[in-house]
Design a protein. Sequence first.
Length: 216
Amino acid sequence: MKTLSTQFLTQEEQQRVTEAVQRAEKKTSGEIVPMVVSASHNYPMASAIGSVFISLPLSLLLTSVTGSFLWLGAQNMWLLLIYWTLLFFPIYYLVDKSIFLKRLFLLKDQVEEEVEEAAITSFYGERLYQTKDENGILIFVSVLEKKVWILGDRRINEKIDSDQWQDIIDELSAGIRAHNQCEALCRAVERVGKVLLEHFPISDDDKNELHNIIIR
């Protein structure tokens, strides 16, 4: 079964990203790991909000249309509650399973928090903090939210201000929204590699310590 993350990049595109990482890491000892996940959270609140916004107007419409026909009145509250109860959970399920609908009802602040938390969890879960020179860096892409987060290890954060990644994040996010994700991700890898090169040039004993791409 295909997930959002596996649909995000084809096998050929994954190979292109891998090659972009390999090219960048030939010049820097920094370890660059692009990671693509389907979503950072399941967002049940978005499904609930979506269900309310859809089921309540439908319930009002059905009450108005059928209330008079059933001799209960076009504004009968009990009839409205019955319709809303019958519609809420099926529509909740529909919103929960529909990528398009769920995106419509995502809360911006929650999205920012969840993507950041998922990126941090993934950074430690994939052990990017265990490189010899503490210079692993994660380019985290969460497909449902169309959000990007870049997170570096301790020595990277000591030498490079995190604000320096924002332009790369913005460019990659724009590429994803334009459905040009492969080229945008390869470009992000290239740009991250150039920043790392200034502080972490390649060493004679350098070896690849981390995955070149992770799809979850």
